[in-house]
Design a protein around this ligand. Structure first.
Ligand SMILES: C[S@@+](CC[C@H](N)C(=O)[O-])C[C@H]1O[C@@H](n2cnc3c(N)ncnc32)[C@H](O)[C@@H]1O
Length: 197
């Protein structure tokens, strides 16, 4: 589900970029990528996270998708020349990834799984496209943050079949994604890396 105007303002803000930078630096400390890696970011929005992933992890290729063509246009418009050979932005649905099995070294998710109508299908797809030992790097939030008494009036999210920590961690385990120790979790969300066994 696309973001509404209020969430668009938030995800396109400088503060959001700063948070993404700190989270990506945290990910790198938890688990670096192998050289020459091929990565995917789902729900890339205007591409702020993708540029930080490129700078911090230096993968040889990063493909970044979003279901919203307006976001992809914004991302394409701010792609710097140094990223041209390594980065592709395109429109697609994270619930049906256009990749063969075991084709990615890493998948990044910054707050998009909770936007999926079928979030378990999203996790299934991530696990399918990851190679063995590939990493799922995620920031995910729970209804206590995006559907509380205030935010549910301001933001648009699917309302059926929602997850919190236990369901999210269970879905990772079901798909063979092992959560690395050192992850951070509060009642509002989770930040961590899970590795395909
Ligand atoms: C909360 S925003 C996060 C954007 C960016 N990742 C960030 O952290 O700033 C969620 C993004 O997921 C995208 N999205 C929602 N449903 C999607 C889907 N089914 N497939 C791909 N992207 C989706 C939205 O268009 C939006 O750009």
């Amino acid at each position: 589900m696309k973001v509404n105007w209020a969430e668009r303002v938030w995800v396109n803000s400088p503060l959001r970029s700063l948070i993404l930078k700190r989270e990506i630096q945290f990910f790198k400390k938890l688990r670096d990528l192998p050289p020459e890696s091929h990565c995917l970011e789902i729900g890339c929005g205007r591409g702020a996270g993708a540029l930080i992933i490129l700078r911090e992890f230096q993968p040889s290729r990063l493909e970044a998708l979003d279901v919203d063509p307006t976001m992809i246009r914004l991302a394409q418009g701010r792609k710097p020349s140094w990223a041209l050979d390594h980065l592709l932005f395109y429109v697609s649905d994270a619930q049906h990834l256009p990749y063969s099995d075991a084709s990615m070294d890493a998948v990044f998710n910054f707050g998009i799984i909770h936007h999926l109508e079928d979030w378990e299908q999203g996790i299934k797809e991530i696990a399918r496209v990851l190679r063995k030992d590939g990493g799922f790097y995620f920031e995910e939030i729970y209804p206590a943050l995006y559907a509380n008494v205030l935010t549910r009036k301001l933001l648009d999210h699917p309302t059926e079949n929602r997850f919190r920590g236990p369901e999210f961690r269970m879905a990772l385990a079901t798909e063979g994604l092992k959560l690395l120790s050192g992850y951070r979790e509060t009642r509002f969300g989770i930040l961590g890396v899970a590795v395909k066994g």
